[in-house]
Design a protein around this ligand. Structure first.
Ligand code: GDP
Length: 202
């Protein structure tokens, strides 16, 4: 399994365009600006594959990337952007509802939160959405490079408690900027998706 072999497949603005086939789907979600695009770019070893800093209003799409012909990485639209219109928020809600109601979409959930802060109410809602599917959930605590070492353990405990994660849900300290946690995140995704381990170039 080679995570460097990634291709963009489709940007779905409508549930008609959701992909249904036998390949596992790993869906990434996170509050706008939490570093979701940076995290995806980091694990795919790309500079600007998922769009970093995409403008609000242009992000209500579900973007599919095919990894090594074996797995879909699904980039769900960000949430919690204070400045978006009600119409935009409604569009987001409808699309997410359709995605999560579809039994053939999600196999593994990846939720990105900020390692510095207590998860927001929106984060909790998103975690509940993931949990309602019964699919394994991985939580990525991003921006680790901005957290003091002495505070990390407490922050991780707060994230686990606030999102009410069960023991099976993995919480991975991560820095999209530095690359910390990259291999652990990839291996965990593959394990939860039932695929063999990734091979990393030395
Ligand atoms: P998205 O809206 O969730 O896709 O977030 P982006 O990937 O566009 O990142 C938002 C901002 O956070 C950008 O300025 C990134 O450079 C920055 N960022 C993302 N990940 C990290 C990280 O691990 N550490 C630090 N310090 N900044 C990060």
């Amino acid at each position: 399994m080679n995570f460097n072999k990634a291709e963009f497949v489709i940007s779905a603005a409508n549930k008609r365009d959701f992909i249904h086939n036998d390949l596992p789907q790993v869906a990434f979600a996170g509050r706008s600006n939490v570093g979701k695009s940076s995290t995806i770019n980091r694990i795919l070893n790309r500079k600007n594959f998922a769009r970093v800093g995409a403008e609000p209003g242009k992000t209500v799409h579900v973007n599919y990337f095919l990894i090594d012909n074996q797995l879909y990485l699904v980039d769900l639209p960000g949430y919690g952007f204070a400045k978006v219109s009600k119409a935009e928020r409604d569009r987001w809600g409808k699309l997410m509802e359709a995605y999560f109601a579809d039994p053939e979409t999600l196999d593994v959930g990846v939720m990105i939160v900020d390692a510095r802060h207590k998860p927001t109410a929106d984060d909790c809602t998103m975690a509940d959405w993931f949990k309602s599917t019964g699919a394994p959930l991985i939580v990525v605590a991003n921006k680790l490079d901005k957290v003091k070492k002495s505070q990390l353990e407490g922050n991780l405990a707060l994230i686990r408690e606030t999102l009410q994660l069960d023991e099976a849900s993995e919480l991975i300290p991560f820095s999209a900027e530095k690359g910390t946690g990259k291999e652990r995140l990839i291996q965990t995704i593959l394990e939860k998706a039932g695929l063999g381990p990734a091979i990393f170039a030395q």
